[in-house]
Design a protein around this ligand. Structure first.
Ligand code: ATP
Length: 600
């Protein structure tokens, strides 16, 4: 409208023809009138009352404004053209691991100190930070109790570039980091939800993205170096955040890798598992599988009573092979078969998938295929009650209502996810159960479960080892899972090695676990409580301790629990173990008598 008025005014403008006081910088009054209604009145009023002609001033302002706008437009256009033809960029979404790598790296760069637009983050990541001392040491109060009240204050916050554009030099090259955040609507199972979606764009001058790729690699190396001896734990992304284009796995923690030595298990058994996984993960193995048309997958079933080390071994395996661990709970009430399939599809090429307590997921033997005549009437009743209870628990977890939309994971749904066409190959699948007999044959057939590892209550050797480990001084080696090296793979029963692995992994005799793990080299005292006992005297006490406990009666978890409450006093543990043993056995007896009475 104003533009039209201005054009109309221009037509009627009488340009000065004489040498009057109108200069070229003065815009004709008609134009000004078009832009500022009532301008001539104001101007006349000011001229009459103050004797001051504002036309010149207003004209200059207009010219500056016009010039600035044109420059801005020209700059925008030129920079767009420049970045189009002479700059390269790489965009990274927050759902990707590279995002964490770059942000972690950028956090320690100068730009995070000098930028005027920063985002502060609490320095605390998780409880494991205490391990590497990054977090300072909590104070001891007057009563010698550890006091965490001021602990957080000792931890400096971390700073990262905030949303917006940041420029920084790296290795003599100018980079630009643009961090953006936008809200997106997403249809979820509970209706539509908005969620924040972040991304960063790294830009550099030049027609090649190589400098940015190098920078990302450096950031990745920095990150992985920091987390070298850690195991990254991932779990399914919460239901409401799962969705199209969004990762289905969320990193929930990074914890120090569990050293394999700390899992007390029959050495042969442990070695067998490690060697098998090592062979499976060997770079040449996928081709061997492909040449024979065998799906490149391997599954392991760890079974045994609770507290015998099944999960511990899974964690240690992830640590030894430097793999991230992906944990799935099949009793998660929000988990659908579709989700499960998507999760298996989006696994990385190499990882450990841990399906814990697979028997408690209501996946026990397929009812439709269970031969009814095999069951005694009382067993049948018990099985029905069991199934009802499982269903009730699942319904209760879903707000007490049967959820028709999500009937849970069926056995066939799980089998499809594990070995369906979409399932990613190359992963190590570890399943744990306390009741292997309850599992459907289909779930544990070869190809899905290739090796079964039985865990038992503690044997004499295990008790000795648990005791010795508890009272040994910490060593650098025991804290560093990366030091564990796998020795040569023993000759297995299959033809795999003879035909394909060129003997590179082939050894004539089975390797002992002692060969598999590097022994501690130079023991160094750590800050944790230590005992004044020499290793040989600890071994002596351990043998006496083990003599006091019957074999196969106590789980390693129980023995560990007893020792933990006496963790600096091995002799006290030895003195008190007899009473503890009798107490536990007595309590068990009473409990089983109580159960028998209740049944009777
Ligand atoms: N064989 C073992 N070696 C070392 N520690 C063990 C062993 N078994 C159990 N523990 C200790 O006992 C605790 C429980 O062990 P873990 O969770 O591995 O048992 P689990 O068999 O997986 O039990 P559940 O079946 O209840 O999941 C852990 O603190 C672990 O350190």
């Amino acid at each position: 409208m104003a533009i039209n008025d201005a054009i109309r005014a221009l037509k009627h403008t009488e340009l000065p023809t004489d040498n009057s006081n109108t200069s070229v910088t003065q815009l004709p009054a008609n134009i000004l009138e078009a832009f500022i209604p009532g301008y001539s009145l104001i101007s006349k009023f000011l001229l009459d009352s103050l004797g001051f002609d504002i036309t010149l001033l207003v004209s200059v302002c207009f010219l500056i404004f016009g010039l600035a706008t044109s420059l801005k437009f020209a700059w925008k256009h030129t920079s767009e053209q420049f970045s189009e033809y002479f700059m390269s960029y790489i965009r990274i979404d927050s759902g990707d691991d590279i995002y964490d790598h770059v942000m972690e790296w950028i956090g320690v760069q100068n730009v995070s100190k000098t930028s005027r637009k920063l985002m502060a983050k609490t320095g605390r990541e998780n409880a494991w930070d205490l391990v590497d001392g990054d977090m300072g040491v909590p104070e001891l109060d007057s009563k010698n109790l550890v006091n965490f009240s001021n602990w957080d204050a000792m931890v400096p916050p971390r700073f990262q570039p905030s949303f917006g554009t940041h420029r920084f030099f790296h290795k003599g090259r100018l980079f630009q980091l643009k961090r953006e955040n936008r809200q997106v609507m997403q249809e979820g199972w509970a209706g539509s939800v908005t969620r924040d979606e972040e991304n960063i764009t790294l830009t550099c001058i030049g027609r090649s993205t190589q400098p940015i790729k190098d920078l990302i690699k450096e950031a990745r190396d920095h990150y992985l170096n920091k987390e070298k001896s850690c195991t990254v734990v991932r779990r399914p992304t919460p239901k409401e955040q799962r969705g199209r284009g969004r990762t289905v796995w969320t990193k929930v923690a990074t914890r120090p890798s569990r050293p394999m030595e700390t899992v007390v298990l029959d050495h042969e058994q442990k070695n067998r598992v490690l060697v098998d996984i090592n062979e499976y993960l060997h770079p040449s193995t996928p081709r061997w599988y492909a040449n024979r048309g065998i799906p490149y997958r391997r599954g392991y079933l760890f079974h045994g009573p609770p507290g015998t080390g099944k999960s511990s071994l899974a964690w240690a395996i992830a640590g030894v092979f430097g793999l991230d661990i992906y944990c799935i709970s099949l009793v998660d009430p929000t988990l659908t078969e579709e989700d499960l399939g998507m999760m298996f599809t989006s696994l990385p090429r190499r990882c450990v998938v841990l399906l814990e307590d697979i028997d408690s997921a209501g996946l026990s033997k397929r009812q439709e295929e269970e031969p009814v005549q095999k069951l005694k009437p009382e067993d049948e009743a018990a099985a029905k009650i069991g199934a009802e209870i499982t269903r009730a628990i699942r319904f209760a977890q879903r707000d007490g209502k049967p959820n028709k939309e999500n009937p849970g994971i069926s056995l066939s749904g799980l089998l499809n996810a594990i070995d369906g066409v979409a399932s990613h190959e190359g992963r190590v699948l570890l399943m744990t159960t306390n009741f292997p007999d309850k599992l459907d044959e289909a779930l544990i057939r070869p190809g899905r479960v290739d090796m079964k590892v039985q865990f038992t209550n503690a044997t004499r050797d295990q008790i000795c080892e648990l005791f010795t480990r508890m009272y040994s001084p910490d060593t650098l080696a025991s804290l560093d899972a990366g030091r564990i090296k796998l020795g040569p793979v023993p000759k297995p029963d299959g033809i795999l090695h003879q035909t394909h692995l060129n003997g590179s992994l082939l050894q004539p005799k089975a390797t002992k676990i002692a060969d598999v793990m590097t022994p501690p080299e130079s023991p160094t005292q750590a800050n944790t409580p230590t005992t004044p006992f020499s290793p040989s005297s600890i071994e002596g006490i351990a043998a006496q301790f083990a003599d006091q406990l019957p074999e196969d009666k106590f789980t390693p978890a129980e023995v560990q629990g007893f020792l933990l409450t006496r963790k600096t006093e091995p002799t006290r543990a030895l003195d008190e173990v007899g009473a503890w043993r009798d107490g536990v056995l007595e309590a068990r007896k009473k409990k089983s008598m109580g159960k028998a009475e209740a049944v009777g």
